[in-house]
Write a protein that binds this ligand. Structure first.
Ligand SMILES: [Zn+2]
Ligand SMILES: [Zn+2]
Length: 141
């Protein structure tokens, strides 16, 4: 995991190159996203920041997360119980989603794509995301 300050510098560089405005709110949203590993929803980030920024709204957080996603700085993992969950870790990795508590957990299983079988389609595959669904360790007890 890269140092958060390095990630923020990288975010600013990419945001600038894409013509995204860099506001203290946006930096705080990005910082919050990359500082936590629970794959927060826009609401989770909004709840964490609303005390620090008087003018922040859930819509701002949602819009910023979407811009981050479009800039390749974040990804939407999945929708859990109707709520989109985001990840600031953009290196390829898999996820496990607990259907009981809704936790989204990083899994470092190797993605085993049967690329040989994909050849017949003549597609150019750019990424593969795997999500496992089930019941987590805590919810099994
Ligand atoms: Zn669980
Ligand atoms: Zn993740």
């Amino acid at each position: 995991m890269k140092n958060i300050e390095t990630m923020i510098e990288n975010f600013k560089k990419i945001a600038r190159s894409k013509g995204m405005k860099i506001t203290p709110q946006r930096v705080a949203i990005y910082r919050e996203l990359v500082s936590r590993h629970d794959h927060p929803s826009a609401e989770d980030i909004y709840d964490a920041l609303k005390g620090k920024f008087a003018g922040i709204s859930l819509a701002t957080v949602y819009r910023t997360l979407t811009s981050l996603e479009n800039a390749g700085l974040a990804m939407k993992v999945a929708t859990v119980n109707g709520v989109a969950r985001f990840d600031g870790k953009i290196t390829p990795h898999s996820h496990f989603i607990c259907k009981v508590c809704g936790r989204v957990i990083d899994i470092d299983c190797e993605v085993n794509v049967e690329t040989e079988k994909l050849k017949k389609y003549n597609f150019s595959v750019e990424k593969c995301e795997i999500i496992y669904y089930g019941v987590c360790d805590k919810c099994q007890n």
